[in-house]
Design a protein around this ligand. Structure first.
Ligand SMILES: NC(=O)c1ccc[n+]([C@@H]2O[C@H](COP(=O)([O-])OP(=O)(O)OC[C@H]3O[C@@H](n4cnc5c(N)ncnc54)[C@H](O)[C@@H]3O)[C@@H](O)[C@H]2O)c1
Length: 338
């Protein structure tokens, strides 16, 4: 079976993808600098899958370390998750994002070329669409990222597709995620932000856990069903399974595409709060706050290309997302000693 290197493999989406790949028989190697991940993730993956996963502690910007990693573990493809991902931070410190995301990807791609690894699956984001003209958003919508983070994703997408177009690489899948939430049903892995969460679900879980007094709902005067922003929340296990589907095409050297990964259904922030309360029985106090600069009213995917190209559709609903996120956050599995 193919061996796959996961940069940022100890992070939120990388660790869930590792579970799916391991369970489907792939050989997995994780590479992470642990800037935004817990060191015991490989141990937790072992508890979930019964398999020990090799881990390389390295920074993707260190081309020598990347070359050494690819020499020690010859791989058939790379899934490139490693990046910085906070929009606000990217606007406050653009150079940090150019370095981590763009320079990091250049170094990774150079090391891959030296090691003759020509296949890649890349983590992009719906942020590349900026404020869309219409929803659902299809892949041929205008690309006009409205912040530094999104622009780094556009540059990275462009570099990767250029390398396939010019024959430097064999195949690439660019995956544009919408809003990943939830966690593995074991409660052993999930999203673990190091600082104040910038995304709805981890913040909401921390309020439910009484770590924070209330949730701020940024804007209740959008032209949406209830005035709050509408997003396409997708369960991280659905997302992980989509990576395996994309990987299969890339391994068959049948990849030079960008595809949306979302459910195609938008839920508002207030609907997510209500779904969380109904699913978990835990109250989430919230306050309406002013809109955040750069936020848009609604954003949800047209998922039909993913269905056609990858034979993949998201199957899990908002109840699964809320239940699994809460199980992870409340560490029910750990406390119960499962
Ligand atoms: N979570 C989301 O909402 C979302 C949405 C769209 C796109 N994405 C993209 O998906 C990818 C994974 O996101 P995530 O939510 O799992 O984030 P995450 O922060 O949990 O995972 C990223 C991992 O990469 C590691 N990392 C960061 N910089 C590194 C470097 N220079 N060298 C080595 N390792 C490094 C971090 O330690 C972390 O483990 C990112 O590229 C992100 O931009 C995420």
């Amino acid at each position: 079976m193919a061996r796959i290197l996961l940069t940022g493999g100890a992070g939120f989406i990388g660790s869930h993808t590792a579970v799916v790949l391991l369970e489907r028989g792939y050989d997995v190697v994780l590479l992470d600098n642990f800037s935004n991940a817990a060191r015991d993730v490989p141990e937790r993956l072992r508890r979930i899958t019964g398999m020990t996963v090799p881990l390389i502690e390295a920074d993707i910007r260190d081309e020598t370390a990347m070359a050494a990693a690819l020499a020690a573990f010859p791989v058939d493809a790379v899934i490139h998750f490693a990046a910085k991902k906070a929009v606000g931070e990217s606007e406050a410190d653009p150079l940090l994002y150019y370095d981590a995301n763009i320079v990091g990807t250049v170094r990774l791609l150079s090391a891959m070329r030296r090691a003759s690894v020509g296949r890649i699956v890349f983590s992009s984001s719906a942020t590349v669409y900026g404020e869309p003209d219409r929803c659902p958003i299809a892949e041929d919508a205008a690309l006009r990222a409205a912040n530094v983070y999104g622009r780094t994703k556009l540059v990275m997408e462009g570099m990767i597709t250029d390398l396939v177009r010019t024959g430097v690489m064999d195949a690439a899948a660019v995956l544009r995620y919408f809003n990943p939430v939830g966690a593995h049903p074991s409660g052993l892995i999930g999203e673990e932000p190091r600082s104040e969460p910038a995304n709805l679900m981890p913040y909401l879980c921390q309020v439910a856990e009484r770590k924070r007094p209330h949730l701020n709902v940024f804007g209740a005067d959008y032209k949406t069903r209830d005035g709050s922003g509408v997003r396409d929340f997708i369960h991280v296990m659905d997302l992980a399974e989509a990576h395996e589907a994309a990987l299969r095409r890339v391994l068959a050297r049948d990849g030079d595409f960008a595809v949306n990964l979302g459910t195609g259904v938008g839920y508002s922030v207030l609907e997510m709060v209500a779904a969380f309360e109904a699913t978990t029985g835990v109250k989430v106090p919230y306050k309406i706050a002013p809109r955040r600069a750069g936020d848009i009213a609604e954003c949800y995917a047209d998922p039909s290309l993913a269905a056609d190209l990858l034979g993949w559709r998201a199957g899990r609903g908002v109840e699964d997302m809320c239940r699994d996120a809460w199980r992870w956050q409340s560490r029910a599995a750990l406390t119960n000693g499962e």
